[in-house]
Design a binder for this molecule. Structure first.
Ligand code: DGL
Length: 283
């Protein structure tokens, strides 16, 4: 048993989509979330930049006493999860792609046409394709990056024709040309536009990796004997630049839990200094 919080992080508010499922089944767990809102989006940045931002944030979460880190970001999971595990060998570090690939492979057969959408970095890494094919090499997978969607979501532009037009710009041809019937939302921001996708492409089956992550969190808590014994105090949400949309979204998700919510800003200079002070800059 362990009452320390679980640390989650993402480039912004997308990682929040992973939390409601956890709260439903494990309401006693406490959360510390970091959204790097000052530097979002990550998906169009160089791998070395994404890695260095992730090191800063994971160091920060560990200094804040988390018992486990959940990388609630496909981009980070696809480019540097193993680097993070090497950097912090003392705690479990979970990514989102493995559980989602496993669920997709279980759900689909050779007759299905699977489409994976994500950021440029996620798609370029081929992490989804490789992990799905490793579980079933007979599956048919096409992938495409949709880089403009995350900035729109961070701005809260969701129920608007600009969002629908952007989705259609990336997906109309992709879905028709590849005859996609199953779409994997390979970015934690995308569950926030699930309704738009379902409206535009009603026949599509959607796989939401945020949901699949829950089982792997439960398994890791059990394996390492880390379940919280009692409901802790507050959930804490850090952002490198606290935006109105970020705060509102969190209030909406967590107001029904009855737990206190604390918002804090940690600027990117402070994050960088923290990492330098640990003398791990070159890692
Ligand atoms: N939500 C993130 C992901 O799952 C990051 C998106 C971005 O910052 O580009 O990839």
């Amino acid at each position: 048993m362990d009452n320390r919080p679980i640390g989650f992080f993402d480039s912004g508010l997308g990682g929040l989509t992973c939390i409601p499922y956890l709260m439903e089944t494990l309401p006693q767990e406490r959360i510390v979330y970091f959204g790097d809102t000052a530097r979002t989006p990550y998906g169009s940045k160089a791998v070395s930049t994404i890695r260095s931002f992730s090191f800063e944030i994971s160091d920060f979460l560990i200094e804040n006493g988390v018992k486990m880190i959940v990388i609630a970001c496909n981009t980070v999971s696809s480019v540097c999860i193993e680097d993070l595990r090497k950097r912090h060998p003392s705690i479990p570090i979970l990514g989102i792609i493995g559980p989602a690939a496993h669920a997709t492979a279980k759900l689909c057969g050779p007759k299905n046409r699977i489409g994976v959408i994500g950021t440029k970095a996620t798609i370029r890494s081929n992490a989804y394709r490789d992990k799905i094919l490793a579980r079933n090499e007979d599956l048919d997978i096409a992938q495409t990056a949709c880089p403009a969607l995350v900035p729109l979501i961070e701005e809260g532009i969701i129920e608007h024709e600009i969002m629908d037009l952007s989705i259609r710009y990336y997906l109309d041809q992709f879905i028709a040309y590849n005859s996609i019937d199953t779409l994997v939302l390979g970015c934690t921001h995308y569950p926030l536009i699930r309704r738009n996708l379902q409206k535009l492409y009603p026949a599509l089956r959607i796989v939401d990796p945020s949901r699949e992550l829950l089982q792997s969190i439960r398994d890791a808590l059990e394996r390492h004997d880390l379940f919280a014994a009692a409901a802790g105090a507050e959930h804490t949400f850090y952002a490198s630049d606290l935006s109105e949309n970020f705060v509102n979204m969190i209030r909406r998700i967590f107001e029904s839990t009855g737990r206190d919510i604390v918002f804090k800003t940690i600027g990117t200079d402070a994050l960088r200094r923290g990492r330098q002070e640990k003398g791990k800059c070159g890692n």
